[in-house]
Ligand binder design. Structure first.
Ligand SMILES: CC(C)(COP(=O)(O)OP(=O)(O)OC[C@H]1O[C@@H](n2cnc3c(N)ncnc32)[C@H](O)[C@@H]1OP(=O)(O)O)[C@@H](O)C(=O)NCCC(=O)NCCS
Length: 170
């Protein structure tokens, strides 16, 4: 298997990224709430910058840096650090299709987002569902630190435990 190329997201990547997301939802239940309109979810107005992983002409992974949208990790980090919300951004929409995993694609996508955070003086935080253990191991390997726990509410009164992380400082 050729290694995936990690590169900035381009608008032509949207259908491929949506197909990849649908696969990841089927295998991993990510995102938990499901995605009725994957293209809109991926290309939300809150995205500051995004990257994709491409392998043999197919999109196999994605990550974004996003403006805060009320994530628990954002308020926890602001409380704990006194940082201004304007200097905080959220790493989100990270996924790699199962067939392309365990080749450091998730790591390289996350590193691309982390470099962007450092270059733009944005401290990255995130909420991850506690069930997504591979993602938590990945963040911790890259130096992310747990800053608290929360409960993610979705659907019809459903809820699931989540963990909040902050990226290492500059
Ligand atoms: C989390 C996720 C993005 C990781 O993607 P990935 O491409 O497999 O990530 P990596 O390859 O960098 O790391 C995964 C594992 O492969 C291992 N690995 C990396 N390169 C390897 C190699 N060349 N040979 C063997 N193992 C390798 C890593 O050490 C890691 O091991 P671990 O699972 O024991 O911790 C993927 O599992 C996923 O999409 N999960 C569902 C969605 C999700 O949870 N998203 C997070 C939302 S917050």
């Amino acid at each position: 298997m050729n290694p995936a190329i990690v590169r900035p997201f381009e608008s032509d990547d949207l259908p491929g990224a949506a197909t990849a997301l649908i696969k990841v939802h089927e295998t991993d239940g990510y995102p938990v709430e499901g995605v009725e309109d994957p293209e809109t979810w991926i290309s939300s107005d809150d995205v500051l910058r995004a990257w994709v992983a491409e392998m043999d002409g197919e999109i196999v992974g994605h990550v974004a840096v996003m403006r805060p949208q009320g994530e628990a990790a954002v308020s926890l980090w602001i409380e704990q650090s006194g940082d201004d919300e304007g200097h905080v951004a959220v790493l989100g929409r990270l996924f790699v299709v199962q067939a392309a995993r365990k080749h450091a694609t998730g790591r390289r996508l996350t590193e691309a987002a982390m470099s962007y955070g450092r270059e733009h003086d944005l401290r990255l935080v995130l909420d991850v569902m506690a069930k997504d253990a591979a993602a938590m191991r990945l963040y911790e390997r890259l130096g992310w630190r747990k800053i608290g726990e929360t409960t993610h509410h979705f659907g019809n009164d459903e809820s699931i435990p989540a963990v909040c992380y902050v990226a290492p400082g500059a």
